[in-house]
Design a protein around this ligand. Structure first.
Ligand SMILES: NC(=O)c1ccc[n+]([C@@H]2O[C@H](COP(=O)([O-])OP(=O)(O)OC[C@H]3O[C@@H](n4cnc5c(N)ncnc54)[C@H](OP(=O)(O)O)[C@@H]3O)[C@@H](O)[C@H]2O)c1
Length: 379
């Protein structure tokens, strides 16, 4: 099976390469991308003998080093990544890009009939309705890679839609769950995640519960349910990746050692199961399993995400875009952690949502980012 791996240099990308390495007879990587990390991209291209290498940031420093790759074609820009997703002979695209930049390649891959193993949750949050129209037209398919959605996908196999009562997404609670003053948490505190080792953007989102909010919207889009069918429960050890409650009162769960290699391996091999690549989960070692309600007052972004989902149209894209920009300011130490909430709230209040056409979403996304620029210039 030929695979395109977008975001190859990231946390998911690295886990995906480990999965592929364990099944050398099954997978061949035909294209990889990174945004700016040329040294890692070069290393991966050489190790996996990748014929197409994409740098999405055309101004990435050190890009000329890629000339070293005698046998590979070099491409630049997210549009090139999208073109390759549309035209390459690969059957599957693993999209592990961070942020809404992941939309275009996903769209083009689906339109060309490919399977997208989707880690990039921002695509479904901002453009979920557009993507669902493509899928409804019978083009391509998505296998979720986000661990919670992979769990729900597995749990809903062979179930009818009317049998579903609730999707219950688990949340680790993040590094600030017991922090006394999260609004003033430092970048270092926020990046110290207790259970998952992930890229910096998703780690910040995990601390603010924006990540769970994004996942609520992602779940609504992937499984075609409204917000009343999705609950969130804090489960600090992260061994239960999610639950599904069925109409007869059964609650079923998917458990595994928290390691993204499992949902990646599952998505790439779907519908087959392969031998375990992750640590075995010993139930004795993880008991007792704990559950708490999320603290929505301390971490309001979860409620804002529900609100964005209920408002619909362009509001989820605004929620996502303003959050992306605010997280980037926080990581650059330009704003306090608590200001992420303020900026999302203020921008959502200013936005007049319209229906979720592609161009309207693009405009809303741009508009939301501009609000942050205006704010950061003022402060
Ligand atoms: N990490 C996890 O455990 C996890 C779990 C579930 C879902 N996810 C989702 O998976 C996605 C990737 O997460 P991650 O943690 O792997 O992120 P990450 O470690 O930050 O890696 C992101 C990847 O995307 C590339 N990239 C960055 N900005 C880009 C842009 N503007 N256009 C195109 N490519 C860009 C990066 O290239 P450079 O290296 O050159 O910057 C890198 O290859 C996110 O949507 C996240 O929410 C992650």
């Amino acid at each position: 099976m030929e695979v395109i791996l977008l975001g190859a240099t990231g946390s998911i990308g690295t886990s995906a390469l480990e999965v592929v390495k364990k099944q050398p007879d099954k997978f061949r990587i035909t294209a990889i991308s990174a945004n700016r990390n040329i040294d890692s991209l070069l290393k991966i291209a050489l190790e996996f003998r990748v014929p197409k290498v994409i740098v999405t940031d055309k101004n990435a420093p050190g890009i000329e080093k890629l000339k070293e790759l005698d046998d590979a074609e070099i491409f630049t820009g997210i549009e090139a990544a999208a073109d390759i997703c549309a035209t390459d002979s690969a059957g599957i695209v693993l999209n592990a890009v961070v942020g809404s930049a992941g939309y275009l390649p996903t769209k083009r891959a689906l339109l060309s009939g490919k399977t997208v193993a989707l880690a990039n949750k921002e695509t479904m949050v901002s453009y979920g309705e557009v993507i669902n129209q493509i899928l409804a037209a019978g083009k391509g398919r998505i296998i979720p890679v986000d661990s919670e959605h992979s769990a729900v996908f597995q749990l809903l196999e062979n179930k009818k839609k009317e049998e579903l009562e609730k999707i219950i997404l688990t949340a680790s609670g993040g590094p600030l769950r017991n922090h006394r003053d999260p609004a003033n948490a430092t970048v270092e505190e926020v990046l110290r995640h207790p259970t998952w080792n992930m890229g910096s953007k998703i780690t910040v989102d995990s601390a603010s519960l924006a990540n769970k909010g994004l996942e609520v919207i992602e779940a609504a889009r992937l499984f075609n349910v409204d917000s009343s069918k999705i609950d969130v429960i804090v489960h600090p050890s992260s061994v239960i990746h999610s639950f599904v409650e069925l109409k007869d009162g059964s609650i079923v769960a998917q458990l595994a050692h928290p390691d993204m290699k499992l949902p990646i391996q599952y998505a790439l091999n779907y519908p087959r199961r392969q031998n375990r690549q992750i640590k075995r989960l010993s139930l004795r070692d993880v008991s007792p399993l704990e559950f708490f309600d999320p603290d929505k007052e301390k971490f309001p972004l979860l409620s804002y995400a529900y609100e964005a989902l209920d408002t619909g149209g362009t509001m989820p894209a605004v929620f996502n875009a303003v959050n992306e920009e605010a997280v980037s300011l926080f990581l650059g130490k330009k704003i306090k952690f608590g200001e992420i909430n303020t900026l999302v709230r203020r921008t959502m209040d200013l936005h007049k949502a319209v229906s979720a056409e592609e161009n309207a979403i693009l405009e809303a996304d741009k508009w939301a980012r501009k609000q942050i620029l205006i704010y950061s210039e003022k402060t």
